[in-house]
Design a protein around this ligand. Structure first.
Ligand code: SAM
Length: 314
């Protein structure tokens, strides 16, 4: 492969990207993800071995840099509309500007902040949330969940039979946390810090949209006609984030039950789930569903990731 020539396939991919960019108006959550996928493919097609290594290095230092900036609330001091200079930012957190700038340089490379002029920073569209709602979640999510597991995965593979991957009691997570013999969710619920991070992550509904995927509001008449039947049963619904959003969208449950099902450890564990207007019902989804729909032909099932929402009214 001659690395000094731009591959014809790459030019075609770039042209396809341009056409996609022009045709995707307005951008949706899904189309943005698809476009970014095209951009990444283009970047991977262009890189040589040195750039591939450099990219990996950038990613490796990105996580610790983000953790430092988030923990020290650096993003909170960057105004949502406007800019801030390095010296002012450093003085707000009590740091030496020469140290702060090193961490900022790492995240600038990933488009988390931008530098409209030297040593002056502002938020980018991808980053403004970090200073606000999600910022406190980032270090524990990466530390507790991703890095612990990532650091042990190679040892796991060396010490386990290939079929162990399919055994929920011998998962890489269980191994990494020294808790083999327990399932992921048992481990999660036994550790308040881990479980808190996980459930807060699940509550990031702008990233995991539920309402808008199904016309819950249009069900009003049908649900009110049979108020004894459940409006929504959220199976594996965690702490009820989806139901909360649906009730917000509909102004409640139209007088019918909203049912939240999850494992007993989640619903009745260390921090029991109590939500006004929601019936928390421990249920293992491998067992028969206790909430029945009288007319299965008319019931609706939505599935997204591990979320399963059954609409059991008709
Ligand atoms: C990825 S989380 C999704 C949580 C929730 N749907 C949300 O969006 O906040 C998956 C959920 O499935 C639950 N779960 C896992 N295994 C289960 C089982 N066998 N029966 C019922 N729920 C289960 C977990 O406890 C967890 O709350």
């Amino acid at each position: 492969m001659d690395s000094s020539v731009v591959d014809a396939d790459l030019i075609t991919a770039a042209e396809e990207l341009l056409a996609s960019l022009k045709s995707q108006q307005p951008l949706t959550h899904t189309s943005r993800a698809a476009l970014l996928h095209q951009v990444d493919k283009l970047r991977c097609g262009l890189q040589g071995p040195a750039e591939a290594m450099a990219f990996q290095r950038t990613l490796n230092i990105f996580t610790p840099a983000m953790n430092v900036l988030v923990e020290h609330r650096v993003f909170n001091h960057v105004p949502l509309n406007g800019t801030i200079g390095l010296n002012e930012l450093a003085s707000k957190i009590g740091w030496d500007p020469a140290v702060l700038v090193r961490f900022l340089n790492v995240v600038l490379l990933q488009g988390i902040l931008e530098e409209p002029e030297p040593r002056v920073y502002r938020h980018t569209r991808g980053a403004c949330h970090l200073g606000q709602r999600y910022c406190h979640l980032m270090p524990p999510i990466q530390g507790e969940v991703q890095l612990t597991i990532g650091n042990k995965i190679s040892d796991y593979l060396k010490t386990h039979a290939p079929e162990d991957v399919y055994d929920p009691l011998k998962s890489p997570v269980a191994y990494a946390r020294g808790a083999e013999g327990k399932t992921y969710y048992q481990i999660l619920e036994e550790n308040p810090a881990f479980s808190d991070v996980w459930h807060k992550g699940m509550a990031q509904t702008p990233l995991n949209p539920v309402v808008g995927m199904f016309p819950f509001r249009d069900m009003q008449q049908a649900v009110e006609a049979e108020p004894d039947r459940a409006f929504v049963v959220d199976v594996g619904g965690g702490r009820g984030n989806a139901l909360i959003d649906i009730m917000e969208e509909c102004g409640g449950g139209f007088g019918a039950p909203m049912v939240l099902q999850d494992l007993k450890e989640v619903l009745q564990g260390q921090d029991p789930v109590r939500i006004d207007g929601v019936q928390a019902m421990p249920h293992d989804f491998y067992n028969e569903q206790p909430v029945k729909s009288e007319s299965s032909a008319q019931s609706t099932l939505l599935q997204s990731n591990q979320n399963v929402l059954y609409q059991t009214g008709n």
